[in-house]
Design a protein. Structure first.
Length: 326
């Protein structure tokens, strides 16, 4: 168990699970615990679609999580907290420390904050809001409508495909998450999803490179999808509509391309109309742009992405945003 955890928490986990001397004292139970950890690892990675929201109701998996994943994840969070500046917790005495834990699962992040404060001998009130990152949980927790990016695209792809072979081009992190496959299979269990990570595309698009290198990269990523005979491709990155014509040339007229930006915008418009909170169509509205980075770089990329003039960009610090949100 990690030395970063407080001694009290280490003792609590060890005593409650009976971990002290377990390999020698009860080899069979130790092996069963190892199998539970391996099963959780599988459910957290390559087979995420199989994991039920109530997976911790099963005693063996709960023991595996508490014995391995909880202390490991606590240590990870506490390592990040150790990187906070020394004055991070210096707030007026009447202000509580506010923690928003998105994607909290069983609440490990919140527990990590409390245990870390014990290690720091920090005595102050803490207000923790922990919500699951799953769309239904967010929709239930927040008052405003929440529109997910994946479901509109997956729904459009399932509707469009004729042979139930759907391709996905996205960033490495998006492909690794397996979320698109999960949503597509929830809509059509018999559909086949072929996912290809595209690490070269975003840097090339942001650099404004629309030449041979970009064209070659798109054709490289399109090749395995064409070989698998997909007839519909989800373009799962908001950068991709900028090079729409490059994708169209690579796949040809026989392939339906589903763009994340288009489908999400359509879903948002329909949601606002359904709730009768859409804008007056005769009202132009206004825009304000802020960045923690370079205003000039933001303006250049923003005008290319949004296809509209950006006359002014305000530069703000992360600290200013934190104070505004407090």
């Amino acid at each position: 168990m990690s030395r970063m955890l407080s001694p009290m928490l280490q003792r609590t986990l060890t005593d409650w699970l009976g971990l002290a001397g377990l390999p020698e004292r009860d080899p069979d139970r130790f092996q069963a615990l190892c199998r539970s950890v391996a099963e959780l690892s599988r459910l957290f990675t390559k087979d995420r679609a199989e994991r039920q929201r109530s997976y911790l109701d099963e005693a063996s998996l709960r023991a595996g999580y508490l014995a391995y994943f909880l202390p490991v994840n606590l240590a990870k969070v506490q390592a990040l907290l150790d990187e906070l500046p020394p004055d991070a917790l210096c707030r007026p005495a009447d202000q509580s420390l506010k923690v928003l834990d998105v994607g909290s699962g069983p609440g490990t992040g919140a527990l990590a904050v409390l245990d870390w404060m014990r290690l720091q001998s920090t005595q102050r009130d803490v207000a923790i809001v922990a919500i699951d990152q799953a769309l239904p949980a967010l929709q239930e927790a927040l008052a405003v409508p929440i529109v997910g990016v994946l479901v509109p695209e997956a729904h459009a792809a399932v509707q469009a495909t004729r042979n139930r072979r759907i391709g996905l081009l996205a960033t490495e992190a998006t492909v690794a998450s397996g979320r698109y496959e999960e949503v597509v299979h929830a809509l059509d269990a018999g559909a086949r999803v072929v996912a290809v990570p595209c690490p070269k595309l975003v840097p090339l698009i942001e650099a404004g490179d629309v030449g041979e290198e970009l064209d070659a990269a798109v054709r490289e990523y399109a090749s395995p999808l064409r070989e698998e005979g997909v007839d519909t491709v989800i373009l799962g990155c908001t950068h991709y509509p900028i090079i729409r014509r490059v994708f169209e040339r690579a796949f040809g007229r026989g392939t339906t391309l589903v763009y994340s930006a288009d489908e999400t915008a359509r879903e948002v418009a329909e949601t606002l109309a359904r709730k009768r909170v859409e804008n007056d169509p005769d009202r132009d509205g206004s825009s304000r742009f802020l960045t923690t980075g370079s205003p000039e770089e933001f303006r250049t990329l923003g005008e290319r992405f949004l296809q509209l003039p950006i006359p002014q960009v305000e530069q703000v610090s992360v600290r200013e945003l934190e104070l505004a949100a407090a």
